[in-house]
Design a protein around this ligand. Sequence first.
Ligand SMILES: Cc1cc2nc3c(=O)[nH]c(=O)nc-3n(C[C@H](O)[C@H](O)[C@H](O)COP(=O)(O)OP(=O)(O)OC[C@H]3O[C@@H](n4cnc5c(N)ncnc54)[C@H](O)[C@@H]3O)c2cc1C
Length: 399
Amino acid sequence: MNLGDDVSEIDESYDVVIVGGAIMGAMAAYFLTLDPAFHGKVAVIERDPSFTFSSTTLSAASIRQQFSIPENIRMSRFGLEFLHGAKERFGPEIELGWHEGGYLILASEAGAPVLRANHAVQQAEGADIALLDTGGLKARFEWLNVEDIALGAFGVTGEGWFDAHALLTGVRRAAKQQGAHLLTGEVTAIERAGNRVTGVTLADGRRIGCGALVNAAGPQAGRVAALAGIHLPVEGRKRCVFVVHCRTPIERLPLLVDPSGFYIRPEGAYQICGAPPPDELDINPGDDFEVDWSVFEEIIWPALAHRIPAMEELKPIRAWAGHYEMNLLDHNAVIGPHPEVANLYFLNGFSGHGLQQAPAAGRAIAEWIVHGRSVSLDLHVFGYERIAAGRPYRELNII
Ligand SMILES: Cc1cc2nc3c(=O)[nH]c(=O)nc-3n(C[C@H](O)[C@H](O)[C@H](O)COP(=O)(O)OP(=O)(O)OC[C@H]3O[C@@H](n4cnc5c(N)ncnc54)[C@H](O)[C@@H]3O)c2cc1C
């Protein structure tokens, strides 16, 4: 049966229903309800309001400007502006724990041309990134082994890390105060009348009608799109984060990204690090959140000890696993409406860099819904059209 045909069975109705209430869903609701031109009712439906398994709360919560394509840099620069302005938006009590430690992306001889080309794109966007040769690297980071390194790119300002949970709490609270309804439930069906989405059904049987639907389901986005009969190549990919302690102090440790693939950054008195698993093991994890310690022991630790010799002696403290919401086509976001099912909006596929882009992405979706296009930033390159055409728009800096 179709919601459009049988209004009597609808329990509630909203102008906009957002599936997923973590950072993307919360930002979309926040910006929608902030827009004076929007007069509708918004519901954010979240199946797990503790966010135990959400990417948002399991992330490394870092923000950079070192991307390879201008649109990603622009989105993250708005993310930075948003973090800096958080107290004005949410009140003085919000504490985002901002550390402007910078990213240091290292390249071997083979990778140096790509690092240089990316740096040119970043400079054109006004990002404060310094290119450092081995002498410059040693002068800033004396603990670094540069023997197989040709070049490094360091974010002098505007890059660092923050508290993802505090951001999520602040945005959800503000969205609620502005009138958004935060509902608990799992969307198990999406109903359509031709080329319109008309409503959703929740696991407890409730039926909710909608004028527009936003998919903000993170790693589950492909599954949620499939409920509406739409193909979206977004799947989870497990990424483990290891908390370690190095007894020797590493002065001014930034978020270092090694050519071998691992990253490490400070986290309070400790450090956190991670790396992708080997390609053949990098499959859809389903509901598997078990930590793969072999990634630390076999991939990260040997490479870490090589890059920062003081880290040969390291104490693993604990670890957790989260899921990247990987866009299998090109590792980039999908933002905007479906070209045919025009009241279905995507806020998906951020492939491991979504937290920092959530303010720009949420604002863009709100603008699409209210004004018919993304007004503040031109993000048409992230439209679903490229998915339908199988035409990738690739980001090279995936960490
Ligand atoms: C280990 C790790 C490290 C990361 N590091 C960084 C980083 O340093 N910087 C950065 O910018 N990004 C980082 N990311 C990526 C970032 O966390 C994500 O891009 C971002 O959090 C995505 O937000 P989201 O709201 O789309 O997804 P999620 O946070 O996963 O939220 C989706 C929500 O939808 C809900 N949901 C799903 N299906 C349904 C349904 N059917 N009904 C109702 N609710 C549903 C889920 O319960 C979930 O809460 C990292 C991710 C991981 C896993």
